[in-house]
Write a protein that binds this ligand. Structure first.
Ligand SMILES: *[C@@H]1O[C@H](CO)[C@@H](O)[C@H](O)[C@H]1NC(C)=O
Ligand SMILES: *[C@@H]1O[C@H](CO)[C@@H](O)[C@H](O)[C@H]1NC(C)=O
Length: 198
């Protein structure tokens, strides 16, 4: 009677160990993006850093609504490697930030171990809900970047100056070249029009 019992015992122990290790190899986190009091839609394009599939998650959050996804942190690989980042847009404003990385991670866990990384998007920027304190603390992480009209105008001005200068320089050279060709032709050296411009 002793042999079958020990066989069963070993068999189930092994099964149990496999199940535990499989379950443990993935630690699940949720990323929550919340549109906090912005009347317009906030759009985001989110990616996983160094992910060979390079899938983009298109996140759209309406007024006072949230978007949630779960991620699996692979504990076997180096933990600093799991990085999810998003490029957010709100009208002319934009910002790119990590919504999950090794620095953010501890703030997602807190006392209840529910592993939620909550981001509040407001008119004045991005707030992370740090769960290490009770109640959780909202900490401002990023401002919006404003793609200002002034910047546009400055870029146009610089571009037109460069273009204008290049064009002026170019047209002068072209004029000299044509003139040189014609003068050579008149003197019978037209075939040697090599454009040395003199
Ligand atoms: C949206 O959220 C803000 C801040 O949390 C709140 O003051 C406002 O009443 C909410 N609006 C609606 C329509 O629920
Ligand atoms: C992780 O993300 C946070 C929030 O976006 C950022 O402040 C921090 O610099 C990032 N850490 C690293 C190591 O990139």
């Amino acid at each position: 009677m002793e042999k079958p019992f020990s066989f069963c015992f070993i068999f189930f122990t092994i099964c149990f160990c496999i199940i535990i290790s499989v379950a443990n190899s993935c630690r699940e986190f949720s990323v929550i993006i919340f549109n906090d009091n912005i009347k317009e839609e906030v759009n985001g394009e989110c990616k996983i850093k160094d992910d060979p599939t390079e899938l983009t998650r298109y996140v759209t959050v309406s007024y006072n609504e949230s978007y949630l996804w779960s991620l699996c942190e692979d504990e076997k690989s180096h933990p600093t490697k799991t990085v999810h980042w998003c490029d957010f847009k709100l009208g002319k404003k934009h910002q790119r930030l990590d919504v999950f990385n090794y620095t953010v991670r501890p703030g997602c866990m807190g006392k209840s171990h529910n592993r939620k990384c909550t981001w509040l998007i407001r008119h004045d920027g991005f707030y992370f809900v740090d769960r290490r304190t009770v109640p959780p603390k909202q900490r401002k992480s990023h401002d919006w970047k404003v793609h200002a009209v002034a910047v546009d105008l400055f870029v146009i001005l610089i571009t037109s100056l460069i273009c204008g200068y290049t064009f002026k320089f170019g047209s002068e050279r072209l004029y000299l070249l044509i003139r040189a060709c014609f003068s050579h032709e008149r003197t019978g050296n037209g075939a040697a029009c090599n454009g040395d411009g003199r």
